[in-house]
Design a protein around this ligand. Structure first.
Ligand code: GUN
Length: 293
């Protein structure tokens, strides 16, 4: 079994981006600029945004933060989006989710200019991705594809089973894995809460991508010998073995499943670290106008 080291790959990608930024600086060219909009005081969102800003600085991007109280109205937030859409200094931006209940996430996302939507959440980017046009692909599916690519994992003709049909992970990764690309060219089965014979289907997977949001849901008896297992889940649970009293676990029962796999992503340190690397890559594409000319 080989561990897929997302932390290492993410660091490699950051180093590659930093080298490109260095070249831009040497020619006095503009460096990429990522903005983040943060509403309210949700601790997880604050941590995510801080970590996105830190990564921008590590690679030499400019980053800016637009911070608003929980009480901001939907109309005001739409104005913020309009303002950033028109700011030519900013190449791409994200509106950190979740948003307060009185604000429609769909309305806000649809207002973001697709050419600046480096989260890849706008329906135009989702639609373009679906039909194979250049687009921003959202961070998690993009990260998974990048891991498969960099570990040179053979995907053509393989049976890929995806657990979970969310808009930001399960659905897009099932499309990416079925496309005529490398990685891709898989026969894909997308499973969800109403799927029957889940164990039987999972046991047929050459590549099993798990984004079901249930701690240690996938057990040894659901996995074929030699399968590639990608675990998207992340859960903080109590543990007597750590100083903090908590540990992070995935959607896959790692200790038993890892014994049967050819490759597996650990939690933490697998898919997680790839999401920021993906965001930085999308921001670089935005700055280079690679997706929208
Ligand atoms: N909240 C949790 N993950 C994400 C993400 O990838 N993008 C945004 N905008 N919000 C999030």
């Amino acid at each position: 079994m080989e561990l897929i080291d997302g932390k290492q790959i993410s660091n490699d990608i950051k180093a590659e981006i930093a080298a490109e930024v260095e070249k831009l600086l040497n020619t006095n060219s503009k460096v990429p600029h990522l903005a983040a909009v943060l509403v309210g005081e949700d601790p997880a969102s604050q941590t995510y945004v801080a970590s996105k800003e830190k990564s921008c600085h590590e690679v030499g991007f400019v980053s800016s933060l637009y911070k608003y109280p929980e009480t901001i109205s939907e109309a005001e937030l739409l104005k913020v989006v309009d303002f950033i859409n028109e700011d030519e200094e900013i190449d791409g931006f994200i509106v950190q989710l979740p948003l307060p209940k009185h604000i429609s996430v769909d309305k806000i996302i649809e207002r973001i200019k697709p050419s600046k939507d480096v989260d890849g959440f706008h329906p135009v980017n989702v639609g373009r991705m679906n039909i194979g046009l250049p687009s921003y692909i959202s961070a998690t599916p993009f990260g998974i594809v990048e891991l498969l690519k960099r570990y040179k994992i053979e995907t053509e003709g393989k049976h890929c089973v995806v657990l979970g049909r969310s808009n930001i992970v399960g659905t897009p990764i099932s499309i990416l894995m079925s496309r005529n690309t490398n990685p891709g060219n898989c026969t894909v089965t997308l499973c969800h809460s109403k799927t029957k014979n889940l164990k039987e289907i999972c046991s047929q997977a050459d590549i099993l991508i798990v984004a079901i949001g249930k701690p240690e849901f996938v057990t040894e008896d659901m996995v074929k010998d030699g399968a590639v297992v990608i675990d998207v889940g992340i859960h903080r649970v109590e543990s007597k073995l750590t100083k903090s009293g908590f540990k992070l676990i995935g959607d896959v029962k790692f200790d038993e499943v890892s014994k049967k796999c050819s490759f597996i992503t650990p939690v933490p340190g697998g898919v997680g670290p790839m999401t920021i690397a993906s965001l930085l890559l999308n921001t670089f594409k935005a700055a280079k106008k690679e997706v929208y000319k």
